[in-house]
Design a protein around this ligand. Structure first.
Ligand code: COA
Length: 188
């Protein structure tokens, strides 16, 4: 099928591409789901917020220091949106990026996020030539922790009450992978 937009990575089952206005409904459907928003910064997401978010992403370019860029994750065969992943290029040190990710519940438990993030890591250390990739996760978010550890990311710290979410201070784990660690894994 012809891809609707700019493509950054392709894997066996997935394409990681720029968001498109056609993604708004599917994006809203998973963002409004309380199981998806439980450990995220948003709550009671609206269709208007989804439209505004995607419209902004369409005009945005990846890897601008001090900003997040959200990539759409779609099925290779149908181009259907199933989730998203993002990189935050740090303002003070643009050789370091933070990642974030979300998958629609109906597509969880099938290894799609692992597949998408393996492709994203290749892109981050290959095409973007970054030095280090980090991720923060709520310590209660076991599914997210499993995703990060399955990728081979190291837990670098347990940050006490590091983030205020929905009125509560949240403990976070920081995970990381260096470019040198990624290269070593390629050679193993
Ligand atoms: C975090 C999140 C993306 C994890 O989703 P997920 O579906 O568990 O992750 P994956 O797509 O990598 O799938 C892994 C699961 O698929 C299974 N699986 C099935 N087929 C597979 C395959 N071909 N390859 C790899 N794993 C496969 C794995 O065994 C694993 O199952 P398990 O958790 O029972 O062990 C999801 O829970 C989510 O979107 N949560 C809400 C948003 C969020 O909290 N994001 C994190 C912010 S830091």
């Amino acid at each position: 099928m012809e891809k609707s937009n700019e493509v950054y990575c392709i894997s066996d089952r997935l394409v990681i591409r720029k968001f498109d206005l056609q993604d708004v409904h599917a994006f809203y459907q998973y963002r409004v789901n309380p199981d998806v928003s439980r450990f995220q910064s948003w709550e009671n997401y609206t269709l208007q917020e989804a439209e505004a978010f995607i419209s902004k992403q369409i005009l945005h370019a990846p890897d601008q220091p001090g900003t997040w860029f959200q990539y759409a994750i779609a099925l290779n065969e149908s181009d259907q949106l199933i989730g998203d992943c993002a990189i935050h290029t740090l303002a003070d040190e643009p050789q370091i990026v933070e990642i974030g990710f979300t998958l629609s519940p109906e597509f969880q438990g099938k290894g799609y996020m692992n597949e998408a993030l393996c492709a994203l890591i290749d892109y981050v250390f290959g095409s973007l030539n970054k030095h280090k990739m980090i991720a923060f996760t709520d310590v209660r978010n076991t599914k997210s922790i499993q995703v990060l550890e399955r990728l081979g990311m190291r837990r670098e710290g347990h940050l006490l009450e590091n983030y205020k979410s929905k009125g509560f201070w949240i403990d976070e784990f920081q995970y990381a992978m260096l470019r040198s660690e990624w290269l070593n894994r390629q050679h193993q």
